[in-house]
Design a protein around this ligand. Sequence first.
Ligand code: FES
Length: 114
Amino acid sequence: MPELHYAAAMALAELPAGRMRACMIGGREVLVCHTKEGLRALDNICTHAYARLDEGRLRGHKLVCPLHGAVFDTRDGRVLKGPATERLPVHHVRVEAGTIEVALDPAAPPAPLP
Ligand code: FES
């Protein structure tokens, strides 16, 4: 398994439960979601038509795109409702000393260019 390279994303205190926030990790826009089930990190760009998902809504573990309403599961990135058909890449997330850290999934496809 390839080595993961974690980078600081934001302070855990800046992201209360039920909120989400975008950041740049390794040149890629990543969305960190603080759901009731824990922290999740996914691409911030919708796989349908490149909307920024941090402008959408987080409903429990579901992420709703602001542009055409596609719904993604933050736990594994799968599409729960179209028009998107492609899964959202999911990245690794952990908390170290109060800081949320993200490691990009080495198997993720190249970042989309919005
Ligand atoms: S851009 Fe997200 S559903 Fe179309």
